[in-house]
Design a protein around this ligand. Structure first.
Ligand SMILES: Nc1nc2c(ncn2[C@@H]2O[C@H](COP(=O)(O)OP(=O)(O)OP(=O)(O)O)[C@@H](O)[C@H]2O)c(=O)[nH]1
Ligand SMILES: [Mg+2]
Length: 391
């Protein structure tokens, strides 16, 4: 795939102090054990990633061009051999490459400065200096690269294998051989290599999960994730317990070989006004953007005594207020904490009301009693398969 040149020269020498101040890292603890036991390589890879980092700030510098050389051919029996200074080598580029084998930005967080090699200077006997080696940084597909100081989006590495040159290496300078001409047969001029380009970048990895669990704060999203997967997010009976998404992997019921799996993301709770930025709404809605479908949890008896149907509509309005794409994302509506509404007639009545409001089938579950888990997973699996065939 061809490389794109995304940045202009000359950027920013951000101080380490302000980098630290601005650096925001999202860390999500995943389950320490692999889901399928010691032989489950896929599970080991997924689960032994210690943190899920979806933002990183790094500084990259391309290589400076090597300078040209002033030299004259000096050999026995060759009088006035003429200019023979070679050109300098080009500096290395800083290249970002999307690679499916990388799934977080974690590998970038320990090293703040990434540099390509400088070009070697030209040498006598018309020897061209060696070009500097490129610095190739592999990132997960779905990584967005921003110029940290201007906020400008430089590139969206959305497909495996896509490459972009973010900082172009300096061109090598000319040796004196380059300047020879009939009227100047002994040039003593050479040029220096072009300087390196340094730029501070903010990398953002949008979550790519199959299913995003959404709902009002306290709807039971994290509890559901902990029941369906081996992830252990923080759970508490106050709103906004979750501030960063947690990921987990759920295996489809009855699949002994564990080949059918769904990546679930527990998204922090949304409130009215989220699409206008209320309660970190923009940040939370941004995470939902790259999930393939949504499971919308509606609490049967909210602790704030709000109406479940109104709560459902508020979240739908916020999704629509943020973007049409979010509003049209396939959604499975689920009544949660069903154990708090033990009377079957009350349950039926609420499900019917919610089906009327959503215009589709509504599932019901309780993470406390583990009721309703298999139908939810099967419905999500069918939906993901539909999306796969549509793509
Ligand atoms: N009775 C009952 N309580 C539940 C159930 N699921 C969750 N809870 C409780 O509801 C409270 C909130 O659960 P969380 O899973 O933290 O809710 P959340 O949607 O992740 O909340 P935020 O992260 O704040 O948005 C906790 O006290 C849970 O124990 C359930 O099925 N039945
Ligand atoms: Mg939570």
């Amino acid at each position: 795939m061809g490389r794109l040149l995304a940045s202009s020269k000359a950027e920013v020498n951000q101080s380490v102090g302000s980098m630290k101040k601005n650096a925001r890292k999202y860390c999500h603890t995943l389950c320490p054990a692999s889901p399928g036991g010691p032989g489950d390589l896929w599970g080991i890879i997924r689960y032994h990633v210690p943190m899920f980092v979806d933002e990183a700030i790094i500084t990259v510098s391309s290589g400076k061009g090597g300078s040209g050389c002033v030299a004259f051919r000096r050999e026995k029996h060759v009088a006035k051999g003429g200019p023979s200074g070679g050109d300098g080598g080009n500096g290395g580029d800083v290249v970002f490459r999307a690679d499916l084998n990388v799934d977080t930005l974690h590998q970038l967080t320990g090293k703040h400065h990434w540099t390509a090699k400088k070009g070697r200077p030209g040498e006598p006997k018309q020897a061209h200096g060696a070009n500097g080696e490129d610095c190739i940084i592999r990132v997960a597909p779905g990584t967005l690269i921003y110029n940290h100081s201007s906020g400008e989006l430089l590139c969206d590495l959305d497909e495996d294998g896509k490459e972009v040159i973010i900082a172009k290496g300096g061109r090598g300078g000319f040796g004196n051989e380059h300047f020879k001409s009939p009227i100047n047969q002994t040039p003593r001029t050479c040029t220096p290599g072009e300087p390196a380009v340094e730029i501070t970048l903010r990398l953002e990895l949008k979550l790519i999960a199959d299913v995003g669990l959404i709902g009002k704060p306290n709807a039971g999203k994290s509890t559901l994730l902990s029941v369906l997967s081996r992830a252990r997010p923080k759970i508490a009976d106050y709103p906004f317990t979750t501030l960063e998404p947690n990921l987990g992997i759920a295996f489809l019921p009855g699949d002994v070989h564990r080949l059918r799996q769904l990546v679930l993301a527990d998204i922090p709770g949304l409130i009215q006004g989220a699409s206008k930025g209320q309660g970190l709404g923009h940040e939370f809605l941004r995470h939902i953007e790259r999930t393939r479908m949504l499971v919308h949890l509606v609490e049967v008896e909210p602790t704030d005594e709000s109406d479940p149907i109104v709560n459902y509509k508020v979240i739908c309005e916020e999704l629509a207020g943020y973007s049409e794409e979010l509003a049209n994302k396939p959604q499975v509506v689920v009544l949660s904490k069903l154990d708090l509404l033990p009377d079957p007639d009350d349950q039926k009545e609420l499900i019917a009301k919610l089906e009327k409001a959503s215009g589709g089938r509504v599932l019901a579950l309780s993470s406390a009693t583990r009721q309703g888990m298999d139908p939810l997973l099967n419905t999500c699996w069918d939906q993901i398969n539909k999306l796969n065939t549509a793509e």
